[in-house]
Design a protein around this ligand. Structure first.
Ligand SMILES: [Zn+2]
Length: 272
């Protein structure tokens, strides 16, 4: 009961100083970044970072960084990490942490597929989906008081990570990230139709994964069964129609291996 009352008081407090985005948040941006950094440490204890070629790592960092500048939160300190795994996956953690697997890089048929997936993940971060999931978790677990104690981030993230619910999103949040993602990719001059190519590739691949018990599989960002790939393709196609961007509109790059030496080099290094 005390925790609930405390949560209510905290919510009122944050409502009274709601920011310009007109939504209210318990977790400040500073706390979000601290939590993200803690998630990063704990996640990399469970899934190996790709330490191979710096060319591959820099490629993802530079591509992601450029898209982030066109995202809703260009000023966050972003970190792009390549995870060594044959599973095709990508995910985002609050505070600017984005992950993509070597399996996804190998599968991608063009640079725009990678770019639009990174942009989708940046959509989750811009809309603070992870933060909202964490707030819901803290309220449900009666843990909101930890926000006001120094040095409690580690304890909180350890508890949250044991359920993974703070890293998985609702159907509506996925739709919003798809929508924001195509806008960010287009603003960075990547052909946003790349995400449709990627979804089609996922349909062919099916929801297979090497190890269903791995943390990566459980997060399962891109394979979340809802909305379905056909629905996501339909939604994105409608949005791109409204934006007036066709599959062959000039000025938007697909970055296929035959025309993009950097992407071709990454594919060659990874053997995909
Ligand atoms: Zn997503």
């Amino acid at each position: 009961m005390r925790n609930l009352a405390f949560a209510a008081a905290a919510l009122l407090l944050s409502l009274s100083c709601a920011s310009a985005d007109s939504e209210s948040w318990l977790i400040s941006e500073e706390q979000e970044i601290q939590m993200g950094a803690e998630y990063h440490v704990q996640l990399l204890a469970e899934m190996p970072e790709y330490k191979g070629s710096a060319v591959v790592r820099n490629y993802v960092t530079e591509m992601g960084g450029a898209i982030a500048l066109n995202s809703g939160r260009p000023n966050l300190p972003y970190h792009f990490t390549v995870v060594e795994s044959d599973e095709v996956n990508a995910f985002a953690v609050m505070g600017g942490f984005v992950y993509v697997t070597t399996g996804l890089l190998k599968m991608a048929g063009s640079a725009s597929e990678v770019a639009t997936i990174l942009a989708h993940e940046l959509g989750h971060i811009s809309a603070r989906h992870g933060v909202r999931a964490m707030e819901t978790y803290m309220i449900e677990q009666g843990l909101t008081s930890l926000l006001f104690k120094e040095g409690q981030t580690k304890e909180l993230v350890t508890a949250a990570l044991s359920t993974l619910t703070t890293l998985t999103f609702s159907k509506d949040q996925e739709r919003e990230a798809d929508s924001l993602g195509v806008q960010y990719a287009a603003a960075t001059k990547w052909n946003p139709w790349g995400i449709v190519d990627f979804f089609n590739g996922l349909e062919v691949l099916g929801a297979t994964s090497a190890d269903p018990n791995s943390t990566l599989s459980k997060i399962g960002e891109l394979f979340s069964t809802h909305p379905s790939n056909p629905e996501r393709i339909s939604n994105v196609s409608t949005e791109l129609g409204q934006m007036g961007i066709g599959k062959d509109s000039p000025g938007y790059n697909y970055g296929r291996a035959t025309e993009d030496a950097s992407f071709a080099n990454v594919k060659a290094i990874l053997g995909g």
